[in-house]
Design a protein around this ligand. Structure first.
Ligand code: ADP
Length: 498
């Protein structure tokens, strides 16, 4: 057990040596010999050096993944894959503290959050997928043709998968690619985000300890425009599972055309969270607030367009603002911290741009609104929880994904009107509805064009429930039983007997 009151010890994985690529079960330097630095966003200080993987390294990793797919992994019995996944779950949980600290140091998530994910969510996701590994089923059909004919479908692993993930939850995002790919019997080349590479590397090491054969999981560190683009275009990669921005998703769609790769795309969002006057406001205030402020707003599902019925608009936005002000912003390694820094100077500058746009377009900051630069926070990238009131649908802060702890609170008058306005966005990832009227709750949730609707809740996630977008938030599902299906091909086999 770790002592929750003390500053946690630096993980042994950060041994001062540059981190290498993980290819074919071995640590290898980038072919160029180059590395790049990763930065602790809470202090702006250098954290570690990481191999600068490029196209040639991706080619080596894809070749290793292909060999593993055609080797013992491809013919391994499902129950053996299941046992490995279960051992991975146990080992990751046994090293949860280390994984949590790597994420907190690398991208600034408060340690309470990264500990929760590493201790609960990650292992359980592997276990859920382990259950799926032995439950892959086809179907039989009776065609209407003359003679004795029947057909059945076989579900077969797609093959070599490229996973490309963002930085906002490094261990969690890696889990959402690794666990289903392995359960389905695929092999994986995972391109981790340049801002936060460390925990997936450590996870790969633990996967090997759990008995994963060499080459089944390969990790490439490096940049999107080089390593990521090569993976997306690689002729021997059968599928890309991507999580990231809509713009990069569009690049990946184009790059995948060369060999018609299958794609799962989990992209951006600008999700509506709708609060009716009859809702339980005591529950709605903290959940709507943390649906944006959690992880400093760096979550694709953030309910950043907060629609509030006019009769309670002032009271509710004030209460959300007070809640935001009550949150402890600071050193993410401190167990009392609720809001950490944003991931990078680049992200800080982007969010500051949106704060300026909000103010100049006439929104009023009821909480936050200005970067924090007091004392120790000056060296890191800290934005306080921000609530903008007086927001109109056409303001920049109501239309674009900010990926920061910024709520745009917008009043509405009627059900039909708010549904139309909530849907008036290119995105369709998530949404929330707060009301004690059961008819209204279901009517609104059926008409929202989004892949997830939470009724009287926000941000709930579970391995059993699918997650994925409508419209420009992407296609394909992660989580749930759908997640493993995304990694399977369906083959029809015809049989004619005489
Ligand atoms: P964010 O803006 O959240 O960083 P991105 O979509 O830029 O989101 O990045 C998500 C992941 O996609 C990262 O691993 C990044 O390196 C990768 N990436 C960025 N550009 C490309 C590209 N052109 N092709 C493939 N991967 C890319």
């Amino acid at each position: 057990m770790h002592d929750r009151s003390a500053t946690p010890a630096r993980p042994a994985f950060l041994d001062g040596k540059a981190k290498k690529l993980f290819i074919g079960g071995k640590w290898v330097e980038a072919q160029s010999g180059k590395t790049f630095g990763s930065v602790n966003p809470a202090t702006g200080a250098a954290l570690d050096e990481v191999a600068l993987g490029d196209a040639v390294d991706v080619d080596l990793a894809v070749a290793a993944a292909r060999r593993a797919f055609e080797g013992p992994w491809g013919s391994m019995r499902p129950v053996e894959r299941q046992k490995i996944l279960l051992r991975i779950a146990d080992l990751l949980e046994a090293h949860a503290e280390e994984i949590a600290l790597l994420d907190t140091l690398d991208m600034g998530a408060p340690v309470v959050i990264s500990r929760y994910l590493a201790s609960n969510v990650i292992g359980d996701t592997f276990r859920f997928c382990a259950g799926q590994a032995v439950a892959i089923q086809g179907e039989t059909m009776t065609p209407s043709l003359p003679g004795d004919v029947f057909a059945y479908t076989r579900k077969e692993p797609i093959g070599v998968v490229g996973g490309i993930v963002p930085w906002n939850g490094p261990a969690f995002n890696a889990t959402w690619k690794i666990a289903p790919a392995l359960a389905a019997g695929c092999t994986l080349v995972l391109k981790v985000a340049e801002q936060a590479s460390l925990s997936p590397l450590r996870m790969a090491q633990l996967c090997m300890e759990a008995g994963l054969p060499e080459g089944v999981l390969n990790i490439i560190t490096g940049f999107g425009e080089t390593a990521g683009a090569r993976l997306a275009a690689h002729p021997d990669v059968d599928k890309i599972s991507f999580t990231g921005s809509t713009e990069t998703g569009q690049h990946i769609i184009r790059a995948s055309a060369g060999n018609i790769k299958k794609l799962t795309l989990e992209l951006g969002g600008k999700s509506p969270d709708i609060v009716f006057a009859d809702a339980d406001l005591d529950r709605a205030v903290p959940a709507a607030a943390m649906g944006v402020f959690g992880n400093s707003g760096q979550a694709c599902l953030a309910g950043s367009r907060l629609f509030v019925e006019r009769g309670i608009y002032e009271e509710f936005t004030q209460r959300v603002a007070e809640f935001g002000k009550s949150l402890t912003v600071g050193d993410p390694l401190d167990a009392g911290t609720q809001i950490g820094p944003v991931v990078s100077k680049e992200q800080l500058d982007r969010i500051n741009g949106y704060l300026a746009a909000g103010a100049s377009e006439g929104a009023v900051a009821l909480a936050g609104g200005v970067q924090l630069t007091d004392g120790k926070l000056a060296d890191g990238y800290f934005i306080p929880p921000t609530v903008f009131a007086n927001v109109h649908d056409d303001m920049t802060i109501a239309r674009e994904e900010i990926f920061g702890p910024v709520i745009s609170a917008i009043p509405f008058d009627e059900v039909d009107d708010v549904i139309q306005r909530a849907n008036d966005t290119p995105y369709g990832l998530a949404s929330g509805v707060w009301t004690n009227d059961i008819n209204k709750a279901h009517k609104v949730s059926s008409r929202l064009r989004a892949g997830t609707v939470w009724i009287n809740a926000y941000s709930l996630m579970d391995p059993a429930v699918p997650f994925g977008g409508y419209k420009m938030s992407g296609y394909g599902k992660e989580s749930g039983t759908h997640q493993v299906q995304e990694y399977l091909n369906s083959k029809a086999v015809w049989v004619q007997t005489n």
